[in-house]
Design a protein around this ligand. Structure first.
Ligand SMILES: Cc1cc2nc3c(=O)[nH]c(=O)nc-3n(C[C@H](O)[C@H](O)[C@H](O)COP(=O)(O)OP(=O)(O)OC[C@H]3O[C@@H](n4cnc5c(N)ncnc54)[C@H](O)[C@@H]3O)c2cc1C
Length: 469
């Protein structure tokens, strides 16, 4: 069979494209190197999907963020993805910062975002005990947080429900071309697939795909961001996205209340060379905690339950979203470094129009699903509704056996403990799986046919378990 389109990469960008393409009469192949979707930058970021208030306007990046900002409520409602417009506060602590707040306010006005500059009693009331030394703050009520992992998985489930052929653990390793330089086939270790057009959504490996496809040469590298994650026990004490004043390179240090009430503190932004190195180090984590001290002095580091790093797909040109100049049926969607979650709806729209411009017919289907069925989640139910099924496996995050079973079955099932964690939050709370991993592993083994002593944590080779020889 010849696929009309092959998408390479199942992060938030690839998933947005797959979901959008699934609404047309197209045969779509979707290749992911990792064992699951959302294994790259899309699972380790701040999850801010807001107004674009802090971005200079007039770039492709800001155009796409602004074009996406009113889509969130309907998308997340349809895909059962947590999303909240909780607002943000960017604090000024000295005279320098005050001048920058004014600039930021100008930028917010240019971006068409609603904002106010707060001082005195209004500041204290809105900041609710955070940043007590701040002189003023820019308040942007429309700033929002989304669960970027459930967003990626939700889009993947929609795409697969609509017939997209998702192949995980299937890296694109090469391409075959015709005499005009068009790609005819995508090569993987096990199979070669015929495809009419190819989308390069391989994140930080976008340059590797471009080289393998004999397309233009460009460089990509990881820009590492480290985080500390605070227990949901203190989540209520961080009511909004709190930030120091952004610098040239980052939004500043943030304290971000996630949609599940934990709090992310970070991230850093350092250019690295190793595309696989997600290590953290004590010195950088200390630096983050000191910088965040202004924002959340009342919170103790004892509440940190996890530290981790994500790798932004940095490139010599950000937002390379275009038809390749060398390979006429290759569309790049790469270099989407720091804002890929919040721009992803509009990125998908742009990629679809680029595909149409190279001859992929976008004929809408009438029968495509646009919503996903909801899985009842104990943590999100009222106590009356929760009574029906309350066999709790993960006590920290209130996750039931039924939720874990649902995550291991259906379209785009979890095939690893990490996969269950991403879909349900089991093992993501205070104990980090110390109490519940065995129970989760047992359900996963039953659902996926693994031996209980041979359950994968993540990628093949990471198996562990209980019992057996
Ligand atoms: C610390 C940090 C904070 C951030 N904060 C925010 C934020 O608040 N808001 C926001 O909007 N953005 C944020 N971002 C940026 C955002 O995470 C990225 O822009 C986005 O995740 C990029 O998505 P992607 O799909 O391009 O890449 P990825 O998620 O990395 O996905 C690429 C996928 O391609 C796969 N792949 C690679 N090579 C191959 C191959 N040969 N064959 C098949 N598959 C392949 C990879 O396995 C991976 O799954 C942040 C990023 C970081 C690291």
């Amino acid at each position: 069979m010849t696929y009309d389109v092959a998408i390479i990469g199942a992060g938030v960008i690839g998933s947005a494209i797959a979901a959008q393409l699934s609404r047309y009469h197209l045969r779509v192949l979707w290749l992911e190197a990792a064992h699951d979707v959302a294994e790259g930058a899309s699972k380790a970021n701040s999850g801010i999907a807001g107004t674009g208030y802090d971005m200079p306007t007039g770039t492709l990046e800001s155009d796409l963020v602004l074009a996406s900002r009113d889509t969130w409520e309907s998308t997340c409602e349809a895909l059962d993805v947590p999303f909240e417009r909780i607002g943000s506060l960017s604090f000024a602590f000295d005279e320098d910062d005050l001048a920058k707040v004014e600039k930021l306010a100008e930028q917010a006005a240019n971006a068409g975002a609603r904002f106010e500059v707060l001082e005195g009693a209004r500041l204290r009331e809105t900041a609710a005990g955070t940043a007590p030394d701040a002189l003023a703050a820019l308040h942007v009520p429309g700033e929002a947080v989304v669960d970027p992992i459930r967003l990626t998985i939700g889009r993947a489930r929609l795409a697969v429900t609509n017939g997209v052929d998702l192949r995980c653990s299937t890296p694109a390793t090469g391409f075959l071309h015709d005499r005009d330089g068009r790609i005819t086939h995508v090569v993987t270790p096990k199979e070669t697939f015929a495809a009419g057009a190819v989308v390069n959504a391989a994140g930080v490996n976008g340059d590797v795909i471009a080289r393998a496809a004999k397309a233009e040469s460009f460089e990509m590298w990881p820009r590492k961001g480290m985080f500390l994650l605070l227990d949901r026990a203190v989540g209520e004490r961080v009511p909004k996205i709190l930030t120091t004043i952004p610098t040239e390179h980052t939004r500043g240090v943030l304290a971000v209340p996630t949609t599940n009430r934990t709090v992310l503190v970070g991230p850093t932004a350092t250019d690295e060379t190793d595309k696989t190195d997600k290590s953290t180090d004590a010195e950088t984590l200390d630096w983050i905690w000191r910088r965040a001290g202004n924002l959340i002095p009342a919170l103790s580091r004892d509440h940190v339950i996890k530290v981790f790093a994500g790798l932004r797909p940095a490139a010599d040109r950000t937002y390379r979203i275009e038809v390749s100049a060398q390979v006429p049926n290759l569309v790049h969607a790469t270099g989407i470094r720091s804002t890929g979650v919040q721009s992803s709806p509009a990125v998908a729209g742009l990629v679809c129009s680029l595909l149409e411009s190279i001859g992929v017919p976008l004929t809408p289907r009438q029968d495509s699903a646009v919503r996903l069925p909801r899985v009842p989640r104990l943590a999100e139910l009222s106590s009356a509704d929760a009574a029906a099924d309350s066999t709790v496996v993960c006590a920290c995050e209130h996750v039931t056996a039924a939720e874990i079973e649902a995550a291991c079955t259906g379209v785009v099932p979890a095939r690893s403990l990490d996969g269950v964690r991403k879909r349900t939050r089991a093992m993501a709370g205070r104990c980090q799986g110390a109490y519940c991993a065995v129970g989760v592993g047992f359900i996963l083994s039953v659902q996926q046919g693994y031996e209980p002593w041979n359950v994968p944590q993540g990628e093949p080779g990471s198996e562990w378990g209980v019992g057996g020889a």
